[in-house]
Design a protein. Structure first.
Length: 641
C-alpha cells in the first residue's frame, strides 16, 4: 500500500490534485488558508539544510545570558541583552557561521570520522575511572547534564574541524607582499628636515575682561553644560535605632544557648598543607607515589610526568574538592605519601607537608561575636515591630508625623539631590538607591509606602520640594564663566594669529623673515625621525606637522596649551635600506596575520552569501518572549558567547 501511495505522489495526477486543492482554499478563503502558514518549521536562522528554530535559539540565548552574567558579576535579564542588541550580534555571527558550514558541505569539505573520535577520546569525563575505558553510558549521561546529546556534540566537533582546517588552508595560502613591509618600514624610518617657530599669546594679544552682554551670550551658547539639573528635597522616616543608642543587654541564658547551638561551626578546624598530583590511570599513580616516597619533590615528579601539581596551604578538609582525596589526606601523618586515591577524575597521589591542629570554641572566646549577633537580631525585630505599628497607625488615619512619634521612629531631612543621586556640589549622596528612585516617582508633598531597603532596613519617603532644572543666574557663575570666556577668546586670537603668519609663508615669504617679523625664534632641524625620542623632545604638534605634510608644505597646530606652531617641511629623505630591511621583514609577518584574519572573515561572509543564509530578528524576539527594544534604548552591554 505504501508503494502505491509513493507512486501516486510522483505522478502528474498528484500535482494536478494539489493545484486544485490550493485553488479551492483560495476560493473558500477565511481561516482555511492559514493551514499553509503552519507547514514547515519556523526558523530563526536558515542556511540551506542548516537552521536554528525558536526552541534552539531560546536555549542558546539562555546559555549566552548565563555566561554574560558570570562575566559581569551580576544577574542580567534577557531584556537587558536584547536592549543591548546582543541578540542581533549573535544572529549575525551564527548566520555567517552556519552559512559558511553549509557552503563547506556543498563544496565537499568533510572531516574524517577518525578526527571526531579522537576529539571525543581527549575528554577524560567520558571514561570509566576504574577501568580507564571509554564508557558510552557515562558519555551520554555527562552530555545530558549539560543539555547536550551525542549527536549535537559530534556535529559540533565536525563543524569545528571544518573551520580549523579551512582556516589552516587560508593561512598556508596567503603571503604578505614584501612591498607591504617595506612601505611601513620606510615610513617608520623616514627622515625629515624642517623649520618652525612658536606663536605665543603675547604675539596674538590677550583678551580683556568680558562685558555682561558677552557673558550672557556665552552662557546661552553653553546652556546644556551650565543648566542646573532638577533637585528634589525629601524627608525619610527611619525605623532603626538612632545612632549611638545603647543596645539592650542580652540575658546570659540566651548567650549560652546560642553558643551551644553554634559551637561546632565556631570551632577552628584542623588544617593541613599538602600537594596532590592527579593522573588518568593507576599505573602512572603508582609510579608517582614511588617517586615521592623515594625522596623526589612533588614539583620534580610533576615535571617528569608533564602534569600540574595542586598546592593546598593550611586548608580544612571541607576545602578539598574531591571527598575521597580529602578523607585520605586527613588520615595521613606529616611527611607521609598516600597510596593512589581513586577520585572523581583519575587517580590522585598526595604528600602531606604539615598539620595545624584544630581548636574547640570556648564561650569566652566568642562571647563578643555572639552578643553582637543577638543584638543585631533584636534590632531587626524592633525595626519590624515599628514598621507594623506604623502601618497600623496610618491605616487608622493618623497623620505621618503622629504615626512616627507614636511608634518611636524618626524623620530625617535629606539635602537636595539629583535623579542620579548627586548633591549640589557634585558629590554622590550616601543613600540607598531606592531613595532616589522613589523620590523621582513621587509628586510634591506625596508619601511612599514602607520601602524595604534590604538587610532588615525599612523607610518611608516624603517628597517635600522640587527645584526645577534651570540656568544659573549670571551673578552665580560670573567668575568661572569669565575665566572660560577669556580662555576661549585667547585661544581664538592665538589660532587666528598662527593662521595669519602661516598664510604669509604659503604665499611665498621666507619662513625666517615671517618669524622675525613676529618676534619669534626660528628652529631648524634636520634628520628628524618619527619616534618616541623625537616626540618627547619636540611634542605631538611639531612632530605631527612635520610628518603630516609633504615636502615644501606649511603646517600649523598646537605646540602647547599657550602656544601654536607654524612650520615648513623642507625635505623628506628615505631611510637607508640596510636599516629598513630587517624591520620590513619583522613587520611583514604581523601584516600577514592581519591579512589572513581579514581574508578569513571575507571568505566566511562570501560563503554565507552563497548559501543564502538569513535570519529573522522579529522571530528571534518572539522566541525569547520579550518586547523589541525602542529605538535609541540602551542597556549595559554584554558579550555574546
Amino acid at each position: 500500500m505504501i508503494s502505491v501511495f509513493r507512486d501516486f505522489a510522483k505522478s502528474k495526477w498528484a500535482a494536478a490534485l494539489f493545484v486544485l486543492l490550493i485553488i479551492s482554499f483560495a476560493v473558500v478563503g477565511g481561516s482555511q488558508t492559514d493551514v499553509f502558514k503552519s507547514l514547515g518549521a519556523q526558523h530563526v536562522i536558515s542556511a540551506g539544510e542548516r537552521s536554528v528554530d525558536a526552541a534552539q535559539f531560546r536555549t542558546d540565548f539562555e546559555r549566552i545570558r548565563t555566561n554574560a552574567s558570570e562575566q559581569e558579576g551580576r544577574p542580567l535579564t534577557t531584556e537587558d541583552l536584547v536592549t543591548a542588541n546582543v541578540h542581533v550580534r549573535y544572529l549575525e555571527a551564527q548566520t555567517q557561521r552556519l552559512g559558511f558550514l553549509e557552503w563547506a558541505r556543498n563544496v565537499g569539505i568533510r572531516p574524517d570520522e577518525s578526527l571526531i573520535i579522537k576529539r571525543i577520546r581527549e575528554i577524560p569525563a567520558f571514561f570509566n575511572q576504574v577501568t580507564g575505558a571509554f564508557d558510552q553510558a557515562q558519555y551520554e549521561q555527562t552530555l545530558a547534564q549539560q543539555n547536550f546529546t551525542p549527536v549535537q556534540l559530534e556535529d559540533e566537533f565536525r563543524d569545528t574541524a571544518v573551520t580549523e582546517h579551512f582556516g589552516s588552508a587560508v593561512e598556508a595560502g596567503i603571503r604578505s607582499p614584501r612591498i607591504y613591509g617595506a612601505l611601513v618600514a620606510g615610513r617608520a624610518l623616514e627622515l625629515r628636515d624642517g623649520r618652525w617657530f612658536n606663536v605665543t599669546q603675547a604675539m596674538a594679544g590677550a583678551a580683556g575682561a568680558p562685558t555682561d552682554a558677552q557673558l550672557t551670550a556665552f552662557m546661552n551658547e553653553n546652556a546644556a553644560q551650565l543648566r542646573r539639573p532638577e533637585f528634589r528635597i525629601a524627608s525619610v522616616v527611619l525605623f532603626n535605632d538612632a545612632a549611638g543608642a545603647a543596645a539592650p543587654a542580652i540575658p546570659e541564658a540566651r548567650i549560652v544557648e546560642r553558643f551551644n547551638f553554634r559551637k561546632d561551626g565556631l570551632s577552628t578546624p584542623e588544617r593541613r598543607t599538602f600537594t596532590t598530583l592527579t593522573v588518568g590511570d593507576r599505573a602512572a599513580a603508582d609510579r608517582i607515589a614511588a617517586a615521592l616516597r623515594g625522596g623526589q619533590t612533588p614539583a620534580a615528579v610533576a615535571e617528569a610526568n608533564r602534569i600540574q601539581p595542586a598546592e593546598y596551604a593550611a586548608q580544612p578538609q571541607s576545602a578539598v574538592p574531591d571527598p575521597a582525596v580529602g578523607t585520605a589526606v586527613f588520615g595521613l601523618t606529616a611527611g607521609q605519601v598516600s597510596a593512589p586515591i581513586q577520585g572523581r577524575v583519575g587517580f590522585t597521589v598526595a604528600k602531606l607537608v604539615s598539620v595545624t591542629p584544630g581548636a574547640p570554641a570556648t564561650l569566652e572566646g566568642v562571647r563578643e561575636a555572639i552578643v553582637a549577633e543577638l543584638q543585631e537580631e533584636d534590632a531587626k525585630s524592633r525595626v519590624f515591630s515599628r514598621v507594623e505599628a506604623y502601618e497600623k497607625a496610618r491605616t487608622d488615619g493618623k497623620p505621618l508625623a503622629d504615626a512616627v512619634r507614636e511608634v518611636g521612629a524618626r524623620i530625617v531631612q535629606l539635602p537636595p539631590f539629583t535623579q542620579d543621586g548627586r548633591l549640589p556640589d557634585g558629590q554622590p549622596m550616601n543613600a540607598p538607591p531606592q531613595i532616589t528612585q522613589n523620590a523621582y516617582a513621587l509628586t510634591e508633598g506625596a508619601e511612599s509606602d514602607v520601602i524595604d531597603a534590604g538587610q532588615g532596613q525599612y523607610f518611608v519617603l516624603r517628597l517635600d520640594d522640587i527645584q526645577p532644572a534651570a540656568l544659573p543666574t549670571l551673578a552665580d557663575v560670573r567668575e568661572p564663566l569669565a575665566r572660560q570666556w577669556i580662555a576661549r577668546e585667547n585661544a581664538r586670537r592665538l589660532t587666528n594669529k598662527a593662521e595669519e603668519l602661516a598664510a604669509r609663508v604659503r604665499g611665498g615669504e621666507d619662513i625666517a623673515a615671517v618669524a622675525a617679523s613676529a618676534g619669534a625664534t626660528l628652529t631648524t632641524r634636520a634628520g628628524v625621525q618619527q619616534n618616541a625620542e623625537a616626540q618627547g623632545a619636540l611634542g605631538d604638534g611639531i612632530l605631527g606637522g612635520l610628518f603630516g605634510q609633504g615636502r615644501g608644505q606649511v603646517f600649523t597646530g598646537p605646540a602647547s596649551e599657550t602656544a601654536f606652531v607654524v612650520g615648513r617641511v623642507d625635505a623628506v629623505r628615505a631611510p637607508a635600506a640596510v636599516l629598513a630591511a630587517p624591520i620590513a621583514d619583522q613587520i611583514r609577518a604581523r601584516m600577514a596575520q592581519e591579512l589572513v584574519n581579514g581574508a578569513g572573515e571575507g571568505l566566511v561572509a562570501a560563503a554565507a552569501r552563497a548559501s543564502k543564509a538569513e535570519n529573522d530578528p522579529a522571530r528571534a524576539i518572539e522566541a525569547l518572549g520579550v518586547t523589541a527594544p525602542a529605538p535609541g534604548a540602551t542597556a549595559p552591554t554584554a558579550p555574546a558567547q
